[in-house]
Design a protein around this ligand. Structure first.
Ligand SMILES: [Ca+2]
Ligand SMILES: [Ca+2]
Ligand SMILES: [Ca+2]
Length: 632
């Protein structure tokens, strides 16, 4: 990476034994640099100085100096092995973009640390944040579309690592494939894309005698370089192009960040920057027992809490120690570097509850300080709303910490909706779950989901029907929160547990028999699901009350749930009938402030309307359907 200008110093070292001197020439090698993190920063940034982590060799005793007055260095620290160096770089607010190499000197020689000041992206059109006006679409990059077959088998990757017949191998999907299908996503109506992690992962293939082998890290959750783009997916230029082209179409982009752990092939695992960089070592660490509720309880014992925060997610995922200030600083800078470098609009933070709440707060604050609209959603994969509500920002927990986390996923409501629409719970369970919104400081800020890459697809659940999938999607798009779809659910794709739920999108890959990105390539079932999804997204975009309105329960029983969404300008009633016959339900209109004679106009799912009379409206809801009415 750096041009090496080291010199070799030789010294005669003599050992005296039995009065005889034995001498040998020892050669001391000069310093070298192989990695600088971050490689660039900005003038006028809220983080100043930025702290660089430099990887190299023979760094012991190093001093670092700037070559230009626009930047200044301080607080250099070198680790015991002389393989990592930390240094503060203070950037003068008036510094111009350009190259600002630093000089690293030891007694044995010197070398340069490459470093650049970048120009800042326009905050009007970047870093936009996510709101309830958005509909998020989750893409597993490897499984969506292959737009560039030349990156399918990187040079150091064994051919078997790229194999579409192995559900745990790379299948060839990439950033170019997403770029090529932006118009499909625009047409569907979604407004934000969440891509699974694009950090560089190891290119090899794991072999073992277990059912999950051979496997690869096609999913991206095992980073070996927090500043690199996965070479199967493309490069940084492709990523920047994707984000600019998405923005040009009015689509936002969300990065999947994984601060909790890295992959076991990360160079830090065999040579750490600091002894406490990770919780434990590859040979000696705790495994997380996932007793997650101890994180919620003020009465939990310290050992259980430490196991949940410090234990490795599995033996293959070394756990980062955010209680070490150098780790926290590294990770906060890394999060901000991706935002500033690419202009992305939001972050999904993986396994967020396994990191200290003080770190979640510090990360959220740093993001908001630099990018006021920036948004981060955390994965707290729990079915208990008390647990998810504990982690969302806007309120102080028993530990006196407000995480400031913008959003977390509403797994409790997702779980209830799946059970309802596969016939395992009465429909009124939706209302019964929503009553726990009392636990959230601001319920509309949660992120609702139809499914994700860690959950079986709707159509593969016990009791699944197409009508059930349609009601589940319609409900998710009509209830409060920020809805998140999962690629393929809009065409009712099937798939059981991971990795079966990550099948290739039909038509995204060379040689596919048909192309479900186009209506002509979709089956009748796929087309019905696509049109239902598109229609409810459109309805949401046309009605402010569905995006931001309050939610008022009107009617609930074993087969039916009707609720109003209401804001200053309008009222929409959503009614869901799971029964196999049409139902007429009578709802009170007084609580939503409607006078007799108001018009009940069908919006979606039915043609039948009516008028408010005697303080009531009677709604006709066809069998196994979700419908909506406007009240005027
Ligand atoms: Ca490819
Ligand atoms: Ca790779
Ligand atoms: Ca952890």
């Amino acid at each position: 990476m750096a041009r090496l200008t080291s010199k070799l110093v030789s010294t005669l070292v003599c050992v005296f034994a039995c009065g005889v001197a034995v001498c040998a020439e020892t050669r001391f090698e000069g310093p070298s640099v192989s990695k600088v993190e971050p490689p660039s920063w900005w003038a006028g940034h809220t983080i100043n100085p930025v702290r660089l982590l430099v990887r190299g060799k023979n760094l012991t005793g190093a001093r670092v100096r700037a070559t230009e007055p626009a930047i200044q260095t301080s607080s250099t620290f070198v680790n015991r092995n002389g393989t990592y160096l930390f240094v503060n770089v203070e950037v003068n607010p008036t510094a111009h973009p350009g190259s600002y190499p630093l000089i690293l000197e030891t007694a044995q020689g010197n070398t340069t640390i490459p470093f650049t000041i970048e120009s800042s992206l326009d905050p009007k059109t970047h870093f936009q944040g996510i709101t309830a006006a958005d509909v998020i679409y989750l893409i597993m990059t490897d499984r969506f579309a292959n737009g560039d077959p030349t990156n399918d088998v990187p040079r150091d990757s064994p051919p078997a690592a790229n194999d579409r017949s192995n559900p745990r191998a790379y299948h060839g999907g990439d950033l170019r494939g997403v770029i090529n299908h932006l118009s499909y996503l625009k047409e569907l109506g979604v407004t934000a894309l969440w891509l699974t992690p694009w950090y560089d992962n190891w290119n090899g293939i794991n072999k073992c005698d277990k059912p999950w082998c051979p496997n690869t890290y096609y999913h991206g959750y095992h980073a070996i370089d927090y500043y690199g783009v996965e070479d199967h997916f493309g490069n940084l230029a492709d990523l920047k192009e994707l984000i600019e082209r998405a923005h040009a179409l009015g689509l936002k982009v969300i990065q999947d960040q994984v601060a909790n752990h890295v992959g076991s092939h990360h160079p830090w695992v065999t040579d750490s920057p600091l002894d406490d960089w990770f919780h434990g070592t590859l040979a000696d660490h705790q495994l997380n027992k996932f007793q997650n509720s101890v994180l919620l309880s003020p009465h939990a014992n310290r050992d259980e809490i430490r196991n949940t925060l410090d234990g490795w997610f599995n033996d293959d995922l070394p756990d980062m120690n955010q209680d070490e200030p150098e780790v926290a600083r590294y990770e906060i800078q890394n999060a901000l570097w991706w935002v500033g470098t690419t202009g992305l609009d939001g972050i999904r933070q993986d396994t967020i509850q396994y990191m200290p709440r003080s770190f979640i707060r510090d990360l959220s604050n740093a993001l908001h300080r630099q990018y006021p609209r920036m948004w981060m959603v955390g994965e707290v994969m729990e079915r208990d709303a008390a647990q998810t509500a504990f982690f969302i920002g806007g309120h102080v927990g028993w530990d006196n910490i407000d995480t400031k986390l913008d959003s977390d996923f509403d797994f409790p409501l997702w779980n209830t909706s799946l059970l309802v629409f596969t016939g395992k719970l009465p429909v009124r369970a939706l209302r019964d779950q929503l009553k726990y919104d009392a636990l959230y400081p601001d319920p509309p800020k949660v992120t609702t989901l139809v499914n994700n890459h860690d959950t079986p697809r709707f159509m593969s659940l016990d009791g699944a029907t197409l009508e059930g999938a349609m009601m589940h999607t319609a409900f998710t798009l009509a209830v409060r929160g920020i809805p998140q779809l999962y690629y393929g659910e809009e065409i009712a794709m099937a798939g059981k547990e991971d990795p079966d739920n990550r099948r290739d999108f039909p038509g995204g890959f060379p040689g596919d028999e048909r192309n479900a990105f186009a209506a002509a390539g979709r089956t009748e079932t796929e087309e019905r699901m696509y049109e239902l999804t598109q229609s409810w997204i459109r309805l949401r975009s046309q009605h402010s009350s569905l995006r931001n309105g309050s939610l008022i329960d009107l009617f609930y029983d074993n087969d039916t749930y009707a609720f109003a969404r209401q804001d200053q300008s309008e009222t929409v009633i959503v009614a869901i009938n799971r029964a196999t016959q049409e139902k007429k339900i009578t709802v009170p209109t007084g609580p939503i402030g409607l006078r007799n004679g108001a018009d009940v106009a069908p919006l979606i799912g039915t043609r039948g309307g009516g008028r408010v009379a005697n303080g009531q409206a009677t709604l006709t809801v066809p069998a196994r359907t979700a419908v909506a009415f406007a009240l005027r």
